[in-house]
Design a protein. Structure first.
Length: 247
């Protein structure tokens, strides 16, 4: 059993966790302390920053939109790469509420699923750029957005898929957000009903499944999506495995 903990227990980024340890291609485990996923890093405490420094974290891939990145964060030794995917969900829901039409939890969940389909349809270029960075260097990195659950959740699922991690474990990792993320008070107080807010502050397996449906519909399957969409063919997968799987 590994001595590494998946959750880092950071005070200012509760969804910060390690993707290491999952069995990848040919049973080779994903290397610990190389690949992390998280909510945003703008509220890290001094102790949190010291912990990341101990980990040797060098690269951050920020999937937040332009307004979400204010105020920006800077941490010594950490190079931040912006790969913006503008958020639409809360804006779309707010516009819907402004019309006076009621909004149910089921309708909100479907809006969430549509956002995941759009990661494939409209934002594959951002994820392709992310993989380009992954292929260039194995220095410890973190992928994050605001909550670290949706844009980041899809990114983490694609990374683990590329490394040959079984689907059930990918879903298990994805669902950990519901145990770890502590939403900030400003999000909790958003102007939605309790049932709608509950949907917005969690993840469901159906969201990730919706993205996979879009992959199959638009590309015919995951192999084609990796090759044609993400620029990760067999040669690139072999490189990823050499960089991020234990020998």
């Amino acid at each position: 059993m590994s001595d590494y903990a998946r959750s880092l227990g950071l005070a200012g980024a509760t969804n910060f966790r390690d993707l290491g340890g999952y069995p990848g291609r040919d049973g080779r485990p994903v290397r610990w302390r190389r690949l992390f996923r998280s909510d945003h890093l703008a509220e890290l405490t001094e102790a949190d920053v010291a912990r990341l420094r101990e980990l040797g974290l060098q690269r951050a891939f920020d999937l937040r939109g332009s307004a979400e990145r204010l105020p920006a964060y800077e941490h010594d030794g950490l190079t931040v790469h912006s790969l913006p995917i503008e958020p639409k969900i809360v804006g779309d829901l707010t516009e819907r509420l402004a019309t006076g039409q009621p909004l149910s939890a089921d309708e909100t969940a479907e809006i969430m699923r549509e956002s995941y389909r759009n990661y494939v349809r409209n934002h594959t270029d951002r994820y392709r750029a992310l993989f380009g960075h992954l292929l260039a260097d194995d220095a410890p990195l973190v992928v994050h957005c605001t909550a670290g659950k949706d844009r980041t959740g899809f990114a983490a699922a694609m990374i683990l898929t590329a490394l040959g991690v079984p689907e059930d474990l990918i879903v298990e990792d994805y669902m950990l957000t519901n145990e770890l993320w502590q939403a900030p008070q400003a999000v909790i107080a958003a102007p939605f009903s309790d049932e709608v807010r509950s949907v917005l502050l969690s993840v469901e397996e159906s969201y990730l499944a919706a993205a996979m449906d879009a992959v199959r519909a638009d590309y015919g399957g995951l192999d084609a999506y990796f090759t044609e969409g993400l620029g990760v063919g067999p040669r690139e997968r072999a490189t990823l495995e050499a960089l991020y799987l234990d020998a």
